[in-house]
Design a protein. Structure first.
Length: 110
C-alpha cells in the first residue's frame, strides 16, 4: 500500500527519548519520517536492519556511529546509517530531522 500524508496532519508519536515522530510517506520499500527533538537530548544508541539517510532541516546535532568519532551537523547537513550498525544523535538546539528508511519500517506503522 502506498501512503502519502501531509506532515502537519500526520499524527505525532512520542518516542522513548522524547522526540516526536511523524511518518510522512511510505511504500513497501521506502519510508520518509520527520523527527522533532528538543535541545540537549540524546537518542538511544540503536541499530535496525533498514538503511537510513537523514537530513538536518534545522538545529544542530552530533551524529554518532559505532566505532567512529562524532560528526557535528547543522541545518543542511546529511548522514547515512548502514543497516545493523549502532548509531544515535545528541542535539544542541531544537532540531528537525527528515529520515528515509529502506525498506519501510513497519514498526513505525503500529
Amino acid at each position: 500500500m502506498i501512503q502519502t500524508i501531509e506532515a502537519h496532519n500526520a499524527p505525532p508519536i512520542k518516542t522513548p527519548d522524547g522526540a516526536e515522530r511523524r511518518v510522512l510517506a511510505y511504500g513497501v520499500g521506502l519510508m520518509l519520517v520527520q523527527f522533532n527533538f528538543a535541545a540537549h537530548v540524546a537518542s538511544w544508541a540503536h541499530s535496525h536492519p533498514h538503511e537510513q539517510v537523514g537530513y538536518v532541516v534545522s538545529g544542530e546535532i552530533d551524529y554518532i556511529v559505532e566505532g567512529q568519532p562524532p560528526v557535528r551537523l547543522r541545518a543542511g547537513g546529511s548522514y547515512y546509517a548502514p543497516s545493523n550498525v549502532t548509531h544515535h544523535i545528541v542535539t544542541y538546539a531544537p532540531t528537525i530531522l527528515i529520515d528515509a528508511f529502506a525498506p519501510a519500517r513497519e514498526d513505525f506503522l503500529t
